[in-house]
Design a protein around this ligand. Structure first.
Ligand SMILES: [Zn+2]
Length: 1100
């Protein structure tokens, strides 16, 4: 003994290699511990009988369907495929007499994902084949075999995909024709003692490797491991017991009172779609969660958390018995539903209302099926966290937040671990970012050591959360992880480990933390900035879905509450259909779908989901309009149209330039002459004319006939015209075009660039000398690794400016002036653009169509303004965030590309310019140049990403005053929400329409606070006689708003986003006296705080 110790002391690194070799699958595995792990194994007939049936195409049949099919003999070595197909095995295993007295497992390795089913159709356990770290292929046949075992029959459903689908997302995008080999189907008897020693050694050896090398425990670990190697003899199993004794002695030393506490929770991060379609996720969740129930039987201390109500909903539909078993384990406290949202959504792109619905749908589901709301908002893996989340989380009944994604930042290290996260409005949640910096930890001592080392707030709070289990498609914790965790729960040298509900961790922090640091505002993710732009059609449809649902819910609420008030059942609010539609919108907002980082298959699925949404919403909306305007008044055929009602679904009065059928206008115009200033024939769209619709009240209607009549009267009697015309002309030297209305004069050069943008009222030039706007730039877009995800910091260094050609005047006033331009991008790609100025606004609109066939390029448009500001303003959910226009520090630099919703704005004292859009999210402002990202061309994981044609619109909106003195929020809203055109079969002169239209207009009015926006109107979830109105403060100031409703109500109260009265939580903002209901005038007086989201419930 004396001799070998001195060797160890002088050559610890060699000894470390020696003990590492002892537990690894290497060239020594026939003489190291691996040689002893199984006592016996047997395969082939007669002990193992295999039959298989292959489902046709990419069908994923049910158990009931599959087992009735014609199974044919199968054997080990056979190939199954191609990718995405499903194969069912009927396995009959007969344990030989020689296995009597032993624990017996069945090992079935398809090199893919699979599910074991009992012969009566109960899903038992998921399998992951292959040689990766996620491998788990054994299924317990018996804990102790008898000498007369009868044959056992069970089924295995093999899915031809791996944990990462069928591609590796950076080299082979997807859908390779992969065939998977059935490589083992055998009956084995493990040597339990050898396994115990193996798990002991995994812990001891890693402690020797990872503890500070000079620490006593590191030396003790190395000595213990080395002693074990010396004692062990693979051919003499009696040496295992003395080896175990050495291990036990080392592991028996306990942690001290002052040790760091790790709250461990098993999980498997199942991406709801990513490198596989939604249909496979349904099975991944079933496989992963069945496995956890299976493990819980052997490990009563085991706690497992699963998020995403959508996955539970799928389980409920497709695996009802498994769902029931999960409900039972949830009651016992072992299986923990968590998170509170419908899916783990992207938090950059969805609208405020979408985020609210994520929680509304999620929390209601968890409450209904598991008896309580989630108090931990759980989002380990999304690409940035909106500054409005703290408020929304609090309004959803939760108060704790978990993530770790910011550990991926590639510029700055996020400085906190456990902190108070303060949102835009001042609401706060207790946030923890696991210091192990992963949500897929493997239960290794090194990760626990890192949990202490990387904890940035350990001075104040001596505990952390630790999420272990294989994620990225599922699988979850393995048996070996639970074995290691048992050994590590209280051992000197490591932190103390406790398996616990995450809520326990947060409560413990609340109770014991001395003080906590704070972080105010967004948790900007310094990576994956390309996800604001990739898969641009998907993003466009998300935006459209959000606004279509908004209009439809508002109209249906009006129709429904009016119908109730009239005591008829003419219209019933389609609550279930809205739930279905919002669930689909929320599903597509999953953090690998909407951001654009999934495979092509996923986007084909989401395309059809959006199609369903658009068609269904159109139907619902039409029914509501029939109810509000009278079915007999609304016509579907154009030649029957006698008038058009314009419905304004924003809450403020607005005037818009609209396009209406030419035939209709000529009928309405008879007697007024055709040179009216109130209509303009469109040069490009021969069947339509432009018409000005003036002063449509908020949530009210205006009729075209009235509009034209009024406009004509005005011009005919030669008083001041309703509008002054817009003009467009080519200047004398023919090298540029000029567009001019009452507000602005814009000069566009022959390349399509804006060289002058002059505010006539303010007498102010907005384009600095020598600078331009509407400049297209084609960038080299080659990120470091994550193709669809990343636009990198060096992108701005390498680009090509593009010039427009073939500029031509296409509409020349008096209502609308337009210039068309073509911008050749390459031999394969071209953009066409129509630049329009109307007679009624300084807003300059850009309508674009692009045919895009590039490889790793991205296209941006940029505008340089004579505005001096250190920050720009970007719209976020229910408000705005300000970000620097300079790159002073690395934190400023990291925000070289940021997310904004409908606009960004650059303002200085007295003046500003906003850039509006109808479906884009990627923005940047450097100095006084502001850019909008239009399209990218990544090739992985979807090799077809964004190839083909796209439409999008953006606009320049100059305004007097700073952003907070402007009406940019309203203008951007209008840019996204057109007036709704309702074709009527009778003119407004007729009694019928006057009555219904009068009744319908306006449904709500909001006065007193121009900074407050009415965003949502819907019928209450649990009470169809009540309705919900959601407002928010959009500019960052206080407001006292008076909201008048024309819909019947007796009582109003402030509720949270789950539509429940706001609890008297002293920790939360004060809520009393902020709402006053003046019933006689049906007006509610609301005091709104900066960026506050206010939900009001109107009840009968
Ligand atoms: Zn994920």
């Amino acid at each position: 003994m004396q001799r070998h110790m001195s060797y160890l002391q002088k050559h610890p690194s060699i000894t470390r290699s020696r003990v590492n070799n002892f537990i690894n699958d290497n060239q020594w595995k026939d003489v190291n511990i691996k040689a002893t792990l199984y006592d016996m194994r047997i395969s082939g007939e007669p002990h193992v009988q295999l039959e298989a049936w292959s489902a046709p195409g990419q069908d994923r049949p049910t158990f009931e369907h599959a087992v009735k099919q014609n199974f044919k003999p199968a054997k080990v070595g056979q190939l199954f495929g191609p990718s995405w197909t499903t194969h069912w095995f009927r396995v009959t295993a007969t344990i030989p007499e020689s296995f009597a007295g032993k624990k017996v497992l069945f090992m079935f390795d398809t090199n893919s994902e699979a599910m074991v089913w009992s012969d009566n159709g109960e899903p038992i356990l998921g399998l992951t084949g292959g040689n990766g770290g996620e491998r788990h292929v054994d299924y317990l046949l018996t804990k102790c075999a008898s000498s007369t075992e009868s044959p056992r029959t069970f089924y295995v459903e093999m899915a031809c995909n791996g944990l990462f689908g069928n591609g590796d997302y950076h080299v082979h995008p997807q859908d390779r024709e992969i065939y998977y080999q059935l490589s083992s189907a055998e009956i084995v008897a493990p040597n339990e003692s050898a396994w115990q020693l193996f798990h002991d050694l995994e812990v001891i050896v890693e402690m020797a490797n990872r503890l500070p090398q000079e620490s006593p425990r590191s030396w003790q670990a190395l000595t213990a491991a080395n002693d074990i190697v010396n004692v062990f003899e693979h051919s003499d199993l009696s040496t295992i017991e003395p080896a175990l004794e050495i291990a036990r002695k080392f592991l028996s030393f306990k942690t001290s009172e002052a040790s760091h506490s790790v709250f461990a929770i098993g999980n498997c991060h199942i991406d709801t779609a990513w490198l596989w379609p939604f249909a496979e996720t349904k099975r991944k969740a079933a496989r992963s969660w069945a496995t956890q129930l299976y493990l819980m039987e052997d490990y009563p201390e085991y706690r497992f958390a699963a998020s995403q109500a959508q996955q539970f909903q799928w389980l409920l539909e497709n695996y009802p018995s498994l769902f029931k078993r999960i409900q039972k384990k949830a009651k016992d406290g072992q299986f923990i539903p968590i998170g509170g949202t419908w899916v783990e959504m992207d938090c950059n792109l969805p609208s405020g209302e979408s985020l609210v619905r994520q929680f509304l749908l999620g929390q209601r589901f968890f409450k209904q099926h598991f008896g309580e709301y989630c108090d931990v908002f759980w989002l380990p893996d999304t690409f940035g966290y909106s500054s409005q989340l703290p408020q929304i989380v609090r309004l959803s009944g939760a108060k704790y937040f978990f993530t770790q994604k910011l550990s991926w930042n590639n510029i700055n290290k996020f400085p906190h671990t456990t902190f108070r996260w303060i949102g835009l409005d001042g609401s706060h949640v207790l946030c923890h970012m696991s210091p192990a910096e992963t949500y897929g930890a493997q239960c290794r001592p090194g990760e626990l050591i890192d949990s202490v080392k990387r904890h940035k707030d350990i001075a104040y709070t001596n505990e952390s959360l630790y999420l272990y289990g294989n994620g990225d498609g599922g699988g979850g914790p393995l048996r070996s992880m639970l074995e290691r965790l048992r050994r590590m729960q209280d051992v000197d040298g490591l932190p103390r480990v406790k398996q616990a509900h995450p809520r326990e961790f947060y409560k413990h922090v609340e109770d014991t933390a001395r003080e906590l640091v704070s972080w105010k505002g967004e948790l900007y993710f310094e990576l994956h900035r390309g996800t604001y732009t990739s898969q641009s059609n998907n993003k466009r449809w998300n935006r459209q879905s959000e606004f279509l649902l908004r209009d439809a819910e508002m109209l249906c609420t009006v129709a429904h509450i009016r119908s109730l008030a009239n005591n008829n059942s003419e219209f019933e609010y389609p609550s279930d259909e809205f739930t279905r539609l919002w669930r689909m919108v929320c599903l597509n907002q999953f953090h690998d779908v909407l951001p654009g980082s999934a495979i092509n298959m996923v986007y084909r699925d989401s395309d059809s989901i959006y199609k369903d949404i658009f068609e269904s919403v159109a139907k619902i909306r039409q029914n509501a309009l029939y109810s509000i305007y009278g079915h007999h008044n609304i016509v579907e055929q154009q030649d029957m149209t006698k008038d058009i009602a314009f419905l304004n679904t924003t809450v403020w009065m607005r005037s818009d330039m609209v396009k209406v059928p030419e035939s209709l206008v000529s009928r309405l115009l008879s007697g007024f002459g055709s040179d009216s200033h109130s209509v303009q024939r469109s040069a490009v769209d021969k069947d339509n004319v432009f018409a000005l619709v003036n002063n449509v009240p908020g949530f009210g209607t205006s009729h075209l006939s009235n509009q034209i009549y009024r406009a004509n009267t005005a011009t005919t009697i030669m008083t001041e015209p309703v509008v002054r015309s817009v003009h467009v002309y080519q200047n004398a030297s023919k090298d540029s075009f000029v567009m001019e209305n009452t507000f602005v004069r814009i000069v566009i050069d022959s390349n399509g660039h804006i060289t002058s943008f002059y505010d006539l009222n303010e007498q102010r030039e907005l384009v600095p000398k020598g600078e331009m706007g509407n400049v297209f730039e084609l960038y080299d877009d080659v990120p470091l690794y994550w193709d669809a995800w990343d636009e990198e910091v060096y992108l701005r260094e390498k680009f090509k400016p593009l010039d427009g050609v073939d500029l031509a005047i296409i509409e020349s006033g008096p209502l609308v002036a337009s210039i068309s331009a073509r911008v050749p991008i390459s031999d394969q790609s071209v953009l066409t653009q129509i630049i329009s100025l109307s007679a009624i606004s300084p807003r300059l609109d850009f309508d674009c169509e692009i045919d895009w066939h590039e490889n790793r390029k991205s296209l941006k448009t940029s505008f340089t303004w004579d505005i001096n500001s250190d920050f720009a303003t970007y719209e976020t959910q229910y408000g705005v965030v300000q970000r620097p226009t300079h790159r002073n520090t690395s934190w400023d630099l990291a925000k070289f590309e940021v997310c904004a919703h409908k606009f960004s704005d650059l303002s200085e004292y007295g003046y500003g310019v906003a850039l509006l859009n109808d479906c884009k999210y990627g923005h940047s402002t450097l100095g006084n140049t502001t850019s909008l990202s239009l399209i990218r061309a990544p090739k992985a994981p979807d090799e077809h990403c964004d190839m083909g044609s796209h439409k999008f619109r953006y606009a320049i909106y100059p305004h007097k005053g700073t952003f907070s003195e402007s009406n940019v929020v309203q203008e951007a809203y209008q840019f996204n929400v057109p007036l709704l055109q309702i074709p009527l079969g009778t003119s407004s002169g007729s009694q019928m329409v006057t009555t219904t239209a009068a009744e319908a207009s306006p449904f709500f009015s909001l006065t007193g606070a121009p900074n407050v926006v009415l965003d949502t109107v819907k019928v209450a979830e649990d009470d169809k006689s009540s309705y919900i109105v959601r407002l928010y403060e959009a500019y960052g100031g206080h407001g006292r708003a008076l909201l008048t409703s024309r819909l019947k109500a007796r009582h109003v109260q402030k509720v949270n986003i789950l539509e429940e009265p706001i609890a008297n939580d002293l920790d939360y903002k004060d809520d009393d006296s902020t709402v006053k209901w003046l019933q006689h005038s049906r007006t509610v007086e609301v005091n709104v705080k900066p960026f506050e989201v206010v939900t009001l419930k109107f009840s009968q």
